[in-house]
Design a protein. Structure first.
Length: 254
């Protein structure tokens, strides 16, 4: 009998990457893991390939879709079926950081989450983006700048990050993230790896970068959070190479 594990975390590419350790643990227990995602993330199956993990479009048919749409926020565990609503884990465990709540829901330790992430990079697309879209050259000094956050089609721009452009006189170029048809966040990996400095809002790139060979130590992460819990929610889960820019701090500086 095929055992099915259905995971609900349809968006937040960084959240999905952060929780891959959970999916792997279920495949190791013999489950066929079905993970619905928003249509805009249809590319993920080309970059994340784990045996018995299947990413599906949440708008298309898949097993136990009635459970997925039920609004249930607690785990359902039956003989041949497990439902894990990671998306609402912080409702079940409101007194711990959001990322940690997802692992608390399934009784796993979040530490080592990045070891479960194996990105199958598309070298051709990365080079096209680097050379043809960003017009970068080998060994060229440039900074990577990103103020975009949130899953499409509801992405937003973080205001008051423009101040980093004050540093543009030190570099020949600024590679600014934008939505480019035919490319996705993984395809920016080469641009990220070769950047002289990286300025980004806390978004999926901070998770992707855990698996890249980032050459610079000039890493600056800007908070986009409504509440004063930036360090509490983010710092324990990512490399200690980051310089954290709390929202209240850089708003006062602007």
């Amino acid at each position: 009998m095929t055992k099915v594990c259905l995971i609900r975390q349809h968006a937040g590419l960084g959240d999905i990457l952060f929780c891959l350790k959970i999916a792997r643990s279920m495949t190791e227990r013999g489950y066929r893991v079905v993970w619905p995602v928003i249509s805009q993330y249809s590319f993920i199956s080309d970059y994340i390939k784990i045996k018995n993990l299947f990413f599906v479009d949440e708008n298309k048919p898949f097993p136990y879709k009635h459970v997925y749409n039920s609004g249930i926020i607690n785990i359902i565990e039956q003989d041949d079926f497990v439902y894990i609503p990671l998306q609402t884990a912080d409702v079940v465990f409101p007194n711990i950081p959001i990322n940690e709540s997802k692992y608390r829901l399934v009784g796993l330790d979040f530490r080592g989450w990045e070891e479960a992430v194996d990105i199958h990079r598309n070298q051709k697309k990365e080079e096209e983006l680097y050379y043809n879209v960003c017009n970068l050259k080998d060994d060229e000094d440039y900074i990577f700048f990103n103020s975009l956050y949130g899953s499409p089609p509801h992405s937003k721009k973080l205001k008051n990050m423009e101040k980093v452009y004050l540093e543009k006189d030190c570099f020949n170029k600024i590679a600014e993230l934008e939505f480019v048809d035919g490319y996705n966040p993984f395809d920016w990996s080469l641009v990220l790896e070769n950047s002289r400095s990286i300025y980004t809002v806390d978004t999926c790139f901070i998770a992707i970068m855990e698996k890249l060979n980032i050459k610079t130590n000039n890493l600056y992460m800007y908070s986009r959070r409504e509440y004063d819990d930036f360090m509490y929610q983010i710092k324990p889960y990512f490399t200690d190479r980051w310089n954290y820019k709390d929202k209240n701090l850089y708003l006062k500086e602007s």
